[in-house]
Each structure stands twice: as C-alpha cells, then as structure tokens.
Ligand binder design. Structure first.
Ligand SMILES: [Zn+2]
Ligand SMILES: [Zn+2]
Length: 151
C-alpha cells in the first residue's frame, strides 16, 4: 500500500491501533466523529479502549495523516476525522439535517494562491466550511413556513 510505504520511509511506526483507525477513516470516505470511530474500531479489535483510540487520533492528526474538522459545530463539540489523501476540498454543511457535501474545485487552489500573493503569506492549512440548507431541507422549510403562515 502506497501510504504505508511512505510512512515507513518517514520513520513512522504504524502500530496495529494506528493501522486500524487509519483504515477506518480511509475506507469510510466520510467524516466520522471520535465516538463512532471508537465503536467501529472495537469491531475489529475488541481490546481497544477509548483512551487509546482518542490518543491515536491525536497522533494521526499531528503526523499529518488525518485532518480534524468541526464542520461548523453542527453537533456541538464533536470533531470529525478524514484522510488527508483526499486532496483539498471545501465542506458544505446543511444547518438543518447535518448533511455534509464536499466540493473539490479549482477555485480553492486559486484562492490559496491569491492569499499567498496578496498577503505574502505561506499557507500551511486551509479550511473552507460553508453552511446553508440542502435542496431537500429548503423544500421542508418552505412547507413549514407555509404551514406556520396559515396558522
Ligand atoms: Zn438538509
Ligand atoms: Zn471532507
């Protein structure tokens, strides 16, 4: 596996716990919170405990393998994890149902470049989060408002 090899080259030890969590995050393709990751990790290794899982997540984040997101705090203080292998993208979050869409597009790289050039900044991290209502929730909200208006 490509990623495992590059980690070894960097002198990074991929312990079993780290591998289990990294695989979970990688394969889900979603944005899972720590508690969900803990539950799923226990399915492949029942001996894993919560402290180990949280510590491992922190470590994966610090080594730049995993990104930690708050997704506009859609569920309070939860943090979500996703693989860095995905490439840069923005998160579009529905403020009603919590659905998260991903936007991969040229304008993100353009924005980064423009900020670097105009502000003379060396960007190390860029995070774009946009909140709004998905098309499904827009319809529901319109219905709700119509109902409220008619008493
Ligand atoms: Zn929605
Ligand atoms: Zn994402």
């Amino acid at each position: 596996m490509e990623m495992t090899r590059s980690l070894k080259e960097r002198g990074f030890r991929l312990t079993r716990q780290r591998q289990v969590l990294l695989d979970l995050i990688d394969k889900s393709g979603q944005h899972l919170d720590a508690e969900t990751l803990y539950t799923r990790a226990r399915e492949s290794d029942p001996k894993l405990n919560r402290v180990t899982v949280y510590r491992t997540l922190k470590m994966l984040k610090e080594s730049g393998l995993v990104d930690e997101l708050d997704l506009l705090h859609k569920d309070g203080d939860q943090h979500y994890y996703e693989t860095k292998m995905k490439g840069e993208h923005a998160h579009i979050i529905c403020l009603r149902c919590g659905k998260v869409e991903e936007y991969f597009g040229e304008p993100l790289a353009k924005l980064r470049k423009e900020v670097e050039e105009t502000l003379g900044f060396e960007i190390r991290i860029a995070r774009t989060e946009i909140g709004g209502y998905c098309s499904h929730c827009q319809r529901l909200r319109a219905d709700e408002m119509a109902k409220a208006a008619h008493g």
